[in-house]
Design a protein around this ligand. Structure first.
Ligand code: GTR
Length: 330
């Protein structure tokens, strides 16, 4: 009798342990994260640190895994997939976000921010919160904002010092009509294209150029094809670390808190790494023979953007005030 009781207890204990294990693994969220960049890129390093810290601190209840090099799809697709919960988290640039979350289009207006520090002050403050709210309404919970430096034009033909130098160049832009307007206002032929296709298009002459920051220019190997990098610094675009709202809502408040804290920590890490990485990338491309030139008369480029601002403000009521608010931030 005694033995049977013990046996039964042992069986019940085993069953309960395995039921418990099943319940835990059923609850464990195996998050898939989208990342456009390769190994070693500042964003990648920060996303990996985020994934590790979240898995650790939630004891595996949230187990994020990051997929690099846009293997899960190009950026516009990935934004949709994250919005509908097919992907769980991602680092997105606000450029391709514009056509999907209209409010974020304002970041694609050239020369909007004075400099990168001002962009961070805006995004970390009350204005940034308004954008986070707009993104959340469209299914993306913003954990933090990343840096992506300033974008400049590079090409295979010549240094760009004045808008006339852009005349006739076939330049790749990200998927957003505002960049087509921008490039056309400068006299170039804008070609919207996924990031992953640019390298080949530059080497085969389908494109003459593109525009980006130093870490992307270098890590994508575009510098092997494009010899001239001109510091037009026409766009400073924030990026988010976002979680799919559907995935977010499945978390306990305690786990949400952990994910949020680690999202903030990831942004701090990314911004610090960004500065180092920009200098390193600049040096790598210089050593390879890329010619980098300052653009003395940026005002000439800015002046050509005025009609774009006018159209944008006319088509998007309320944005005139928003632009003024952003510009007033110091
Ligand atoms: C990078 C950015 C990517 C992507 C890329 C591009 O600077 O971090 O998210 O937008 O530019 O040009 O497509």
């Amino acid at each position: 009798m005694k033995t049977r009781m013990t046996f039964r207890h042992a069986t019940i204990a085993t069953v309960s342990v395995s039921l418990l294990a099943a319940a835990v693994s059923a609850q464990a969220a195996n998050w898939r994260g989208w990342n456009i960049h390769p190994d070693g890129y500042p964003n990648t390093v920060a996303l990996e640190a985020f994934a590790e810290a979240v898995a650790d601190r939630t004891e595996g209840r949230v187990s994020p895994r990051i997929y690099n090099n846009a293997v899960l799809g190009d950026q516009s697709d990935a934004i949709e997939q994250t919005r509908n919960g097919a992907l769980d988290f991602a680092n997105f640039n606000m450029g391709p976000m514009g056509p999907i979350v209209n409010k974020t289009n304002v970041f694609s207006l050239p020369f909007l921010f004075t400099d990168i520090d001002q962009m961070h002050t805006v995004m970390d403050g009350e204005i940034g919160q308004r954008f986070a709210d707009a993104l959340e309404e469209k299914g993306l919970v913003v954990l933090s904002w990343f840096d992506s430096g300033a974008r400049s034009i590079y090409n295979t033909r010549r240094p760009i010092n004045t808008p006339e130098d852009v005349q006739g160049l076939k330049v790749r832009v990200m998927n957003n009509d505002l960049y087509v307007e921008m490039m056309e206002a400068l006299g170039g032929n804008a070609t919207p294209m996924a990031y992953g296709e640019v390298y080949q298009s530059l080497t085969t002459g389908v494109l003459d150029g593109a525009e980006n920051n130093f870490p992307s220019f270098e890590s994508s190997n575009h510098y092997e094809a494009a010899e001239y990098f001109s510091l037009t610094e026409h766009l400073i675009i924030p990026e988010c670390l976002c979680v799919a709202k559907a995935s977010w809502e499945k978390l306990s408040p305690e786990d949400q808190e952990i994910v949020r804290e680690e999202g903030m920590a990831a942004s701090e890490m990314q911004r610090a790494l960004w500065v180092e990485s920009s200098d390193e990338s600049r040096q790598i491309v210089l050593d390879h023979g890329v010619q980098i030139n300052e653009v003395e008369d940026k005002a000439a480029f800015q002046a050509l953007m005025e009609p774009i601002y006018e159209r944008f403000i006319a088509n998007n009521p309320g944005t005139g005030e928003l632009i003024e608010e952003i510009r007033a931030v110091e």
